[in-house]
Ligand binder design. Structure first.
Ligand code: ZN
Length: 357
């Protein structure tokens, strides 16, 4: 990176593994080092001071991208949820994505981290840190055999649902304007999943859960409440964003919210259009800080998973985001917190480590 004094950024969500899978799987892994057309690769990450973050395992439903774009550019909308994906269909895809990450580690591109000490070592040595995260638990069986095996492979974070339903619960459809109060909460299997994740100290990601599911986790979980990549409903009334009541519940548990740059969740009109100023991202950050406090707000880009604002474009846009935060009056201490310290402290609390100072 150009200026070593810049605080490194640790990030709450990317879909690089899915994109590498779609680009050819193992054959595409080398492009992460040599350069690729998506949002993140090693060269650009270095220029941006991007230290790593949550790498999602995600099974994509068949979808018509053009139809989605038409719909989400047409004022109010309510995207129909894709059909559930059975475990026997999801598991091979998830295993391929884990294998891709393992190959990236073998090639020296990333290190799969299971503790904040490992993440800090990566940050000191310039190695990209990866938390193995699952977005939507389609591949997990109700007896948790898959969960146990993936945990042994390094899984340390899990969202019970992406937006489509699983045996564990229901997610929010992409709906605007709407709160996340869109359906029933966790199933009995979902409640058991929360308890199992608590036992294994696996982070339970609230992003994509509907409100009923959110409050079920809030009642059941003994861990800090964390939404890895979600925004403020008060700024943009999209179903994926968090209401002030939800933000207050997250604050009460000393949890965390990572700011999502995806344009449909940032824009007050919910439109899937790239024109998004950095000021608008700062309006979300200001609101999140107002309710959560300075120690519980971080970043959760959705790189390689959502349409990025024209003001950020790809990982190199993080330099402009830092500058915008400074110009907006955030001091160096707050910048460090938002960029990585808050994530590291929240992970330490979630994973049951001694609190970092
Ligand atoms: Zn997501």
């Amino acid at each position: 990176m150009t200026n070593p004094a810049e605080p490194l950024i640790f990030d709450g969500h990317n879909d690089v593994l899915l994109q590498l899978q779609l680009a050819g799987g193992h054959a595409a892994v080398s492009t992460f080092a040599s350069g690729r057309s998506g949002d993140i690769d090693l060269l650009r990450a270095r220029k941006a001071g991007f230290a790593g973050g949550f790498f999602a395992l995600f099974v994509r439903s068949p979808h018509d991208r053009a139809a989605k774009e038409r719909l989400m550019q047409a004022g109010a909308y309510d995207m129909p949820l894709p059909d559930p994906v059975p475990a026997e269909q999801a598991l091979p895809q998830v295993l391929e994505q884990v294998a891709i990450l393992l190959e990236m580690q073998r090639a020296g591109m990333v290190r799969i981290c299971r503790s904040t000490a490992e993440i800090r070592t990566c940050m000191e040595t310039g190695m990209m840190a990866a938390i193995l995260h699952m977005e939507g638990a389609e591949a997990i069986d109700a007896d948790f055999h898959t969960l146990d095996v993936l945990h042994a492979a390094g899984l340390r974070s899990l969202g019970p649902v992406w937006s489509r339903p699983t045996i564990f619960g229901h997610g929010v459809p992409f709906r605007y304007p709407s709160t996340g109060d869109t359906g029933p909460g966790l199933t009995e299997a979902g409640k058991a999943l929360v308890r199992r994740c608590n036992e294994k100290r696996i982070l339970i990601d609230l992003s994509h859960l509907n409100e009923a599911g959110f409050w079920d986790v809030a009642r059941l979980s003994d861990a800090p409440l964390i939404a890895t990549h979600s925004n403020a409903h008060a700024v943009a009334p999209h179903s994926r964003n968090l209401t002030d009541d939800q933000l207050r519940a997250i604050a009460e548990t000393n949890g965390l919210v990572g700011l999502n740059y995806g344009v449909a969740f940032v824009r007050p009109d919910g439109q899937l259009k790239p024109e998004v100023s950095l000021d608008l991202l700062l309006r979300h950050l200001d609101h999140l800080i107002k309710i959560l406090g300075e120690d519980r707000v971080a970043l959760g880009s959705d790189f390689d998973g959502a349409q990025m604002p024209d003001s950020i474009d790809d990982v190199t846009g993080l330099n402009a985001l830092r500058s915008a935060m400074r110009a907006h009056g955030y001091d160096e201490g707050l910048l460090r917190k938002i960029c990585h310290e808050n994530w590291l402290n929240a992970l330490a609390r979630t994973w049951g480590e001694q609190a970092e100072t």
